[in-house]
Ligand binder design. Structure first.
Ligand code: AMP
Ligand code: GLY
Length: 421
């Protein structure tokens, strides 16, 4: 079996690494990949960018790729799945239309509202004055979101009217997020605990992935600016059996059936960012049309079934015939970022990384290989991930792994997993 993974982050290194574990997988290509994927057995980086759809199609055709798995949202929102399917190339991900669940927050909120799927109350605005009036009417704190893709930076939690006003002005008049901010969603501030609820969907059938929890804030105790995620673990104890059932019955199943009913059947990873309130009820904070990063890294450490095989079954609508086996252990990943992330930071620093063992693995994200050296090449650089008998042990082992990475310019949280302990 030949597999193509699209993307260059920690998520893509982990997806490729998982597929490469299985004998029936001969080669895994990653476009464009990072130093981590470049250094693995059976994994080959190819120099095609993840949004170069014609280049990726040509490669998949010439290599007779059996299954393409798309990591990031940008190529999905551009319609890579539709274009591959036009050429009869097997690819796992949502269509351009279905990817709007992540590509437009207004689309997502309107979809949730008309299908009675629980979410924060909201309204969509294109003009500043009515938006500010709405904030005054609803009160503070309140959440202001750029409509389009903004790399995790388009969400402002405003605690004062002046914060709200300047966020609205920045997005609608100041062009802060370009086209992505030409509409804003203003919504209720929800309290509770967040969890990442990720499933595979084949248009009809749903195969849940293991539960997980991310840490979106940069600093300890969930302080500091919002990031793409500073660490994650799986399973997430906060997702009790009751909450799992609530999420499946009231969020995921109605979403999959409504997408089908509305003429945009959903195929791909579907990631619901959930808020769980003190009454153990879930609401959707957002939908992502892909796997989470860094959630993928601990989840892939636990997945014992060949992911490429699951994705192939899903492209044929056969997910109901499949199941996923999970390691009972807990996996925890600590993101090591470049000092200064998510703002400005250095690139090109040399790092050395300890060898992997059966229970510990450093996944790469923003790295590149130059003359045999591993250099930093992004904000989130590594994710040190370990399995343990329980959350405490996984945490201890992951931080031991962090300590073995040789890199002076790193920054990481020292409390990943604290929510579950
Ligand atoms: P999003 O990209 O929509 O998931 O937002 C990023 C982060 O902002 C979430 O992970 C939450 O921590 C926070 N957030 C988003 N929407 C809300 C909300 N309505 N209430 C409270 N926090 C929110
Ligand atoms: N870790 C959050 C995300 O992937 O969106």
């Amino acid at each position: 079996m030949k597999v193509l993974i699209i993307g260059s982050g920690g998520r893509e290194h982990a997806l490729a690494w998982q597929c490469a574990q299985f004998d029936e997988v001969g080669q895994v290509f990653v476009a464009p990949g990072n130093a981590g994927s470049a250094l693995e057995n059976k994994i080959y980086n190819i120099q095609i960018e993840s949004e170069d759809i014609p280049g990726l199609i040509k490669f998949a055709q010439s290599e007779l790729i059996d299954i393409t798995i798309v990591g990031p949202e940008a190529p999905l929102v551009l319609g890579i799945v539709d274009e591959f399917q036009d050429k009869n190339l097997p690819i796992f991900g949502p269509s351009k239309l279905a990817s709007q669940l992540e590509g437009s927050k207004a689309f997502c909120k309107d979809f949730l509202a008309r299908n009675n799927i629980p979410t924060a109350y909201y309204e969509v605005f294109t003009k500043t004055l009515p938006a500010i009036e709405y904030v005054k009417e609803k009160g503070l704190p309140i959440v202001i979101k750029a409509d389009g893709l903004a790399a995790g930076k388009g969400v402002i939690i405003a605690n004062t009217l002046s914060e709200a006003t300047s966020a609205i002005n920045d997005m609608l008049d100041g062009n802060r997020f370009g086209e992505a901010g030409s509409r804003v969603v203003i919504e209720e501030f929800l309290r509770g605990e967040e969890a990442s609820f990720i499933v595979m969907v084949d248009g009809n059938n749903i195969l849940p992935m293991a539960t997980s929890q991310d840490h979106k804030a940069r600093d300890n105790d969930d302080k500091g600016p919002n990031t793409g995620g500073m660490g994650a673990y799986s399973p997430a104890p906060v997702v009790s059996e009751l909450i799992f059932k609530d999420a499946m019955e009231n969020v995921i199943k109605p979403t999959v059936s409504a997408m089908k009913k509305e003429g945009m059947p959903y195929t791909g990873f579907l990631y619901a960012g959930l808020m769980i309130d003190h009454n153990e009820k879930v609401k959707v904070l957002e939908y992502n049309c892909r796997f989470g990063d860094p959630e993928t890294q601990p989840i892939m450490m636990r997945l014992k079934t060949n992911l490429a095989k699951l994705c192939m079954a899903a492209t044929k609508g056969n997910l109901d015939l499949e199941s996923a086996d999970w390691d009972e252990k807990t996996a925890l990943g600590v993101v090591m970022a470049a000092n200064g992330y998510p703002n400005s930071y250095q690139k090109g620093e040399t790092i050395t990384i300890p060898d992997a063992s059966s229970e510990s693995k450093v996944f790469h994200a923003g790295t590149k290989l130059e003359d045999g050296n591993i250099l930093t090449n992004g904000g989130r650089v590594l994710c040190a991930t370990s399995l343990g008998l329980n959350l405490e042990e996984a945490q201890e082992k992951a931080y031991n792994l962090v300590n073995k990475v040789n890199w002076d310019g790193s920054y990481y949280r020292t409390d990943i997993g604290f929510k579950g302990l």
